[in-house]
Design a protein around this ligand. Structure first.
Ligand code: ATP
Ligand code: MG
Length: 485
């Protein structure tokens, strides 16, 4: 039953019983049963002396009822009845008080068991900061037994360097602060610092006086460790993202540089082509035109054979010039006869021009390889041999083209003066040249790998390698050829 109902019912029952007692002319005091019932209802009121107060009020009312009621029986029996009734009232009050105490003891025992079995540390502290209770959870977390801690200061478990925390805790147990939950660091008996969550609640006595605080302390070291790991992982991820972004932007920049330089080279090639057309083909055509005009305006009967011979020679020169230009732009031999023939033709031509001893070894190049690989190999040989001619002062050039099951490899080697690859690469990245980077870029775009090795005085070696897909792999012929001019 709700204690509020009991508070209302008890006075009603007492008053009703009294009225019946006064106005019923029996005088036996049997209505004291009503008062006993009122005493029983005091079981639901939290106040410990409530049953005795109800019994005392009932006693007064029974006696007053005796004085006021109409006597229907002899006085000695009436008095005896009322004494027995009153005794019954007090016996009921004692029983109710005992039952209440047993109920309270049981509740306290249950509460104690809950506190004891809790995995959290639960302790109470006086307003002076001394520990009064210390449960098994506190023993487990802090390593101090209840006997060691009861009577000691709560500051025992707060690290000395946390001065603010210590002062705050002392002020809180005195009742100076609002109570709340907060994360803190505490000190165990073996000197470890642990992360905990502390919940403080005020403790008040029966009359509402502040008598200290209760602490519920939860070990949150695992949670904090997890949070720290998560934080580290998050930071590492952010670092990776930043690194990747920087890499991407630098790759982007170098691509932009390269494409700018390629455009520049393209423009240079165009103007070179325009110069060649103008200076060589144009000159020859002008001379041919003059010859033809001479023929047209020549006087009748004059011999024409000299003029015609000149014109034919000019046409021959023109044809050679145009063929050379076309070959430099893109040798048709590469499309028609394939990489081996194109390399042999080009390398021989360069060897003749520069006076090199050239050896070309071809291993297993029975069929054609994919066009992008052929074009890339040819362009790289062009650039490499041009560099050799420009800088190497070489005597011997070795070209090796080899096809094995899954790879096509091309090696270009000279015995020239060599160079410092790192500084040449740095100069090229600074925009000084485009040849080395262009070769590397071409090979990369065709899906191959590019290795350039050179040391001053030790010649230069370039190795390209292209993996072939399954469809591109056809049975290679085992042929070796060596060409020397
Ligand atoms: N075979 C080689 N022997 C000696 N030095 C070389 C050789 N190949 C390249 N180099 C050096 O490497 C540098 C860079 O070569 P790269 O081809 O990039 O530039 P370049 O030929 O000077 O100009 P570009 O090719 O852009 O017209 C050259 O300036 C040269 O010093
Ligand atoms: Mg070059």
């Amino acid at each position: 039953m709700n204690s509020n109902y009991a508070r209302v019912l008890i006075p009603l029952i007492l008053a009703g019983t009294f009225i019946i007692d006064v106005f019923m002319p029996w005088g036996y005091a049997v209505w004291v049963i009503g008062d006993v019932f009122a005493v029983l209802l005091a079981l639901w009121i939290e106040w410990p002396i409530a049953p005795y107060i109800v019994a005392a009020v009932g006693t007064v009312l029974v006696q007053v009822g005796h004085v006021l009621s109409f006597p229907g029986i002899p006085i000695d029996i009436a008095v005896f009845n009322r004494i027995v009734g009153t005794a019954l009232l007090w016996v009921a009050a004692c029983l109710v008080a005992r039952a209440r105490k047993a109920k309270l003891d049981d509740a306290t025992r249950r509460l104690g068991a809950i506190v004891e079995s809790s995995s959290d540390a639960i302790l109470s502290v006086t307003p002076d900061g001394f520990v009064t209770t210390w449960n098994a959870g506190a023993e487990r977390i802090f390593g101090y037994s209840a006997t060691e801690m009861i009577g000691r200061s709560i500051l025992t478990i707060i690290p000395v360097h946390l001065q603010r925390d210590r002062a705050w805790e002392l002020a809180t147990v005195r009742g100076a602060h609002d109570i709340h939950t907060y994360d803190a660091v505490r000190l165990t008996k073996d000197g470890r610092y642990i992360d905990v969550s502390v919940t403080l609640s005020p403790l008040k006595d029966d009359v509402g006086q502040h008598v200290g605080v209760s602490n519920v302390i939860r070990d949150i070291s695992e949670r904090k460790r997890g949070e720290a790991l998560l934080h580290q992982a998050h930071e590492a991820l952010e670092r990776k993202v930043l690194e990747r972004t920087a890499e991407l932007s630098s790759a982007n920049n170098s691509l932009r540089d390269l494409s700018g330089r390629l455009m520049h080279v393209q423009e240079e090639e165009r103007s070179q082509l325009a110069r060649d057309l103008h200076d060589e083909v144009g000159q020859l055509l002008t001379a041919l035109k003059i010859d033809l005009q001479d023929l047209q305006h020549g006087e009748e009967g004059q011999p024409l054979s000299g003029c015609l011979r000149d014109s034919l020679e000019l046409v021959d020169c023109l044809l050679t010039q145009v063929r050379n230009l076309a070959l430099d732009l893109r040798p048709s031999i590469l499309d028609d006869l394939g990489l081996v023939s194109a390399l042999r033709w080009y390398a021989n031509r360069q060897a003749e021009r520069n006076g090199w001893t050239l050896s070309l070894s071809v291993v297993g190049m029975g069929g054609r390889v994919p066009v992008p690989i052929e074009v890339t190999c040819f362009r790289v040989v062009q650039e490499a041999l041009t560099n050799t001619a420009k800088y190497a002062r070489a005597k011997v050039i070795d070209l090796t083209l080899c096809r094995q099951d899954e790879d096509v490899t091309l090696i270009i080697q000279d015995d020239g003066v060599g160079f410092d690859v790192l500084s040449a690469r740095r100069r090229a990245q600074g925009g000084a040249s485009v040849g080395l980077l262009g070769m590397e870029e071409r090979v990369r775009l065709a899906g191959g790998s590019f290795v350039l090795s050179s040391l001053p005085g030790e010649g230069t070696r370039i190795e390209l390698s292209f993996p072939l897909t399954e469809q591109e792999q056809i049975q290679p012929h085992a042929t070796v050829e060596a060409i020397s001019p």
